[in-house]
Design a protein around this ligand. Structure first.
Ligand SMILES: NC(=O)c1ccc[n+]([C@@H]2O[C@H](COP(=O)([O-])OP(=O)(O)OC[C@H]3O[C@@H](n4cnc5c(N)ncnc54)[C@H](OP(=O)(O)O)[C@@H]3O)[C@@H](O)[C@H]2O)c1
Length: 319
C-alpha cells in the first residue's frame, strides 16, 4: 500500500510503499478516508511530545494517530491509536476493534475528522462549568481550534467573547465569527497587558488557552488586583501551547487573582465525551458549526506536511 513514511525523528514523511497491515486478534483493518494533520502530529513526529516514544520509538513508522475510514463491513467510522509502526496517514491502518466508533449519518469523512477539534471549545463547559451569559477569553482564536471555540462559545450563549491572535486579517475574521472584541498579541508586553485589562469588561469568567507562554503569562499578571478585596474567579482551561510550553507563574497571580487553572481533559469521560460530540454533530448537521479545510491527496504529504500558510484552515489528507 501507499503511506506517508517517517524515517527520522524530526524528519518529513515521504510518500512510498509500505507493507500492508495484518489484523491480529482483537484488531480491525481500516481503509483510511480522511486524516487531519495537526500541530500535535508534528510534535509527536519531531520527538517533542510526551507520547513520541509510543509512536516513533521504532522507525520507519507512519505518523497520525486518528482519522476516519471504512471498516470491513463498509461502515464509516472514526478510529484512534493505530498499532505502531502503522499510523493514520496511509491507505490502510490497523487498530484495536474497540478503538473505532461510528460516524453519524450525513457527515462526510472530511467534516467528521475536523469536527473532533471542536471538543476543545466545549471544554469551557466540561472543564470550567461555563454558564450562559459569562465572558469568555479565547487565547489563540485565529487558529483552527480557536475559531471553532469562538463559534462554540457563541452557540453555548456566551455573554461576551474576546479572542486573541497575531494576524490582523485573521483577527478581523474572528470578529465576523462571533467575537465581540479581539486583541493582538503581537505587541509589546505593556501594550498587551493594557489590552487584556481594557477588553475584560466585568472580568473574564473563563479563559480557553491555546497559547500558554508569553501571552498567558502577561494575561495572568493583569488579573492581580491593585487593592485588597475578594477577586472574581477566572477559570483558565489549558488546551494548547502555540506560544510556548512553559511560563512563569508568579505567586501573587495565583494567590490573589482568583484564577483557577485546569487541564482541558477535566470533566471528560466516555459518557461526557459522547454527549459533547453529539452536540457538536447536531450543530454541524444544522449548518451552525462550520470551518475551513484544505484537502490534499496523500501523494502530496511531503509538501503538505511543511506548509505554514494555512491561516485557520485545517489540513486534511485524503488517501
Ligand atoms: N488538547 C487538545 O485536544 C487539542 C486539540 C486541538 C489543538 N490543540 C492545541 O491547541 C493549539 C492550537 O491548535 P490549532 O490547531 O488551532 O493551531 P493553529 O491553527 O496553528 O493556530 C495556532 C494559534 O496560535 C497562534 N500562535 C501560533 N504561534 C504563536 C506564537 N509563537 N505566539 C503567539 N501566538 C501564536 C496563532 O496566531 P496567528 O495565526 O494569528 O498567528 C493561532 O491563533 C496547539 O498547541 C494544539 O496542539 C490541542
Amino acid at each position: 500500500m501507499k503511506a506517508a513514511v517517517l524515517h527520522d525523528v524530526g524528519g518529513v514523511p515521504k510518500y512510498q510503499e509500505f507493507p500492508d497491515p495484518v489484523a491480529g486478534e482483537g484488531e480491525v483493518i481500516v481503509e483510511v478516508k480522511a486524516v487531519a494533520v495537526e500541530n500535535v502530529d508534528k510534535m509527536v513526529a519531531a520527538g517533542r511530545h510526551y507520547a513520541s516514544g509510543q509512536f516513533v520509538g521504532q522507525l520507519p513508522a507512519i505518523p497520525g494517530f486518528d482519522g476516519v475510514g471504512t471498516l470491513p463491513d463498509g461502515a464509516l467510522a472514526g478510529f484512534a491509536l493505530p498499532r505502531p509502526p502503522y499510523g493514520a496517514l496511509a491507505e490502510r491502518t490497523v487498530v484495536a476493534s474497540d478503538h473505532v466508533g461510528p460516524i453519524p449519518d450525513g457527515l462526510d469523512p472530511v467534516t467528521a475528522v475536523v469536527l473532533a477539534t471542536a471538543v476543545t471549545g466545549m471544554s469551557i463547559k466540561t472543564a470550567a462549568g461555563f454558564v450562559p451569559g459569562e465572558t469568555v477569553l479565547i487565547q489563540g482564536a485565529t487558529g483552527v481550534a480557536g475559531r471553532l471555540a469562538v463559534k462554540v462559545a457563541r452557540l453555548l450563549g456566551a455573554g461576551r467573547i474576546v479572542g486573541t491572535g497575531r494576524d490582523q486579517e485573521a483577527l478581523a475574521e474572528v470578529r465576523t465569527l462571533g467575537a465581540d472584541a479581539t486583541i493582538s498579541t503581537a505587541v509589546p508586553d505593556d501594550v498587551l497587558a493594557r489590552a487584556f485589562t481594557q477588553a475584560r469588561g466585568e472580568g473574564y469568567d473563563v479563559v480557553l488557552d491555546f497559547l500558554w507562554g508569553r501571552p498567558t503569562e502577561i494575561l495572568l499578571s493583569t488579573l492581580v488586583p491593585d487593592s485588597f478585596g475578594f477577586p472574581k474567579p477566572t477559570r483558565l482551561i489549558q488546551v494548547g501551547e502555540s506560544a510556548g510550553p512553559a511560563l512563569t507563574l508568579s505567586a501573587d497571580s495565583l494567590r490573589t487573582s482568583g484564577v483557577e487553572i485546569y487541564g482541558a481533559s477535566k470533566g471528560l469521560n466516555a459518557a461526557a465525551m459522547g454527549e459533547v460530540y453529539g452536540q457538536i454533530v447536531r450543530w454541524a448537521q444544522a449548518g451552525q458549526l462550520t470551518f475551513d479545510t484544505e484537502t490534499v491527496p496523500l501523494s502530496q504529504i511531503e509538501t503538505a506536511w511543511q506548509r505554514t500558510d494555512l491561516r485557520g484552515r485545517r489540513l486534511v489528507v485524503v488517501p
